[in-house]
Write a protein that binds this ligand. Sequence first.
Ligand code: FE2
Ligand code: FE2
Length: 205
Amino acid sequence: MRSNLMVVVICCTVAVMAVSGCKKQAGTVENLKAAITGETTASAKYAAYAKKAKEEKFDKIAKLFEAASRAESIHAQKHTAVLLKMGEKMDPITPRFAVKSTRENILDAIKGESYEVSTMYPDFIKKAREEGKDDAAGSFDYAFQVEKVHHGLYQAALAALDKNDFTGLADSYAVCPVCGNTVAGIAPPNCEICGVPGAEFIILK
Ligand SMILES: [Fe+2]
Ligand SMILES: [Fe+2]
């Protein structure tokens, strides 16, 4: 009798999900894996975009792509450390992207950063907080804040390219080893995002 009742309950639940089109929302583990895939791909892609910018003689834009590539790699490492601490593991990733002209590559970078800032990270942070996954929420939040910085830097690079005036762009960048904050020119006394001393920043000249 009890087992018959269980079968009825399970069948009804499945039927309701099928009728309503109910789809299970991804949890923080899935979100960490998606973010690691995204950040690893972005890091490889920006490194390739840097090479292309150098070929096209846009040295300052190449430097920005190099710095952002380093930052995305820091995000991937931090998210991976959180995932492993949760007892999960990451499958190997094969980054997939296309290299086009530097202008198209900047537009692609702006599109990617916009998605992360407007949708991906806000959703991932909200879910992690709901699930009480504080380490994941913190790692997502650092990346979220840095992607906002990248978005602004890429918009400035696009404006410079369109005006053919690169005087406003930096020759070098300082990248925070903890959160990936990407600062044009010299490092600040302390990271404005995570507070780490500027002396620890990675300098890309
Ligand atoms: Fe970024
Ligand atoms: Fe930082």
